[in-house]
Design a protein around this ligand. Structure first.
Ligand code: SAH
Length: 255
């Protein structure tokens, strides 16, 4: 049974932030986002899912910031034309940020959560079951080999990544998963002028357009956080990503 009066009290910062984004979440969505936050904070001690302990801070920095990706990736809002499903890969999803809040806010988006740590993937599978998330699947593995598998290479409209490394490294892992015309959306602390410049050679090799930086412009969020988006304009050569660990150890273009 839903309890609308209660839901109205839930997650006030998230609701205010979403209103500023011109997004309205239903009570059922708010209830599930609240359950997810509870699961994340409850299990954070067992597996290193997030450094944040305070529920109000987690609401803002984890839930709202995830959903605020929509300012940089407006294509998340509406179902894609025709019957094609919108597919999103969350690369290095950890405890599910930003993939799970995005899956809850945009139920028409099919979300694949990928992480290299088995315990995290077990948490993600548990959370997806508890939340009855039909549009989420969780995958255990490294991005480097998976990006070469036909089931995943060039299959995604959007690839999100938060907290997994410098831009040149992340685009080498993310762009191979993107379909042509798809977008990699990398959450970053701003400014990142040095990283942007360092990523230019990588983007040229990998088939990415020049990056765009979209700062979060919401009262509840720090202005120094934002999303860097890179659209894939040509297919990524088969040599990329390189072997496990190489994109992080020797970012493309580094002298
Ligand atoms: N996106 C989450 C987690 C960030 S921590 C958040 O913002 O809270 C980075 C995560 O990326 C870790 O869980 C780590 O296991 C995963 N990761 C790092 N490199 C990876 C790779 N090459 N393939 C798959 N997962 C990777």
């Amino acid at each position: 049974m839903s309890l609308p009066a209660q839901s109205d009290q839930l997650l006030p910062k998230l609701r205010a932030g979403c209103a500023a984004l011109d997004l309205t979440l239903t009570n059922a969505q708010l209830e599930r986002l609240n359950v997810y936050l509870g699961l994340l904070l409850q299990q954070r001690g067992r597996v290193n899912l997030t450094a944040i302990r305070d529920p109000a801070e987690a609401e803002r920095v984890l839930l709202l910031e995830s959903i605020a990706a929509v300012v940089a990736v407006p294509g998340l809002r509406a179902p894609a034309g025709g019957s094609a499903q919108t597919r999103l890969l969350d690369l290095g999803a950890g405890g599910g940020i930003p993939g799970i809040p995005l899956a809850l806010a945009f139920p028409h988006v099919d979300v694949t959560l990928l992480d290299a740590t088995r315990k995290k993937v077990e948490f993600l599978q548990h959370a997806a079951r508890e939340l009855d998330l039909a549009n989420v699947s969780a995958l255990w593995g490294r991005a480097e080999p998976l990006a070469h598998a036909p089931a995943h290479r060039a299959q995604y409209d959007f690839v999100t990544a938060r907290g997994i490394g410098n831009l040149a490294t992340v685009v080498e892992l993310a762009l191979p998963f993107c379909a042509l015309g798809g977008t990699a959306a990398v959450f970053k602390s701003l400014p990142i002028d040095d990283e942007l410049e360092a990523a230019v050679p990588a983007l040229e090799v990998l088939g990415g357009e020049p990056p765009r930086v979209t700062p979060f412009d919401l009262p509840a969020l720090p202005a120094r956080h934002g999303v860097v988006t890179v659209r894939k304009r040509s297919s990524t050569p088969d040599a990329y990503p390189r072997r496990v660990g190489v994109p992080a150890k020797r970012p493309l273009g580094e002298k």
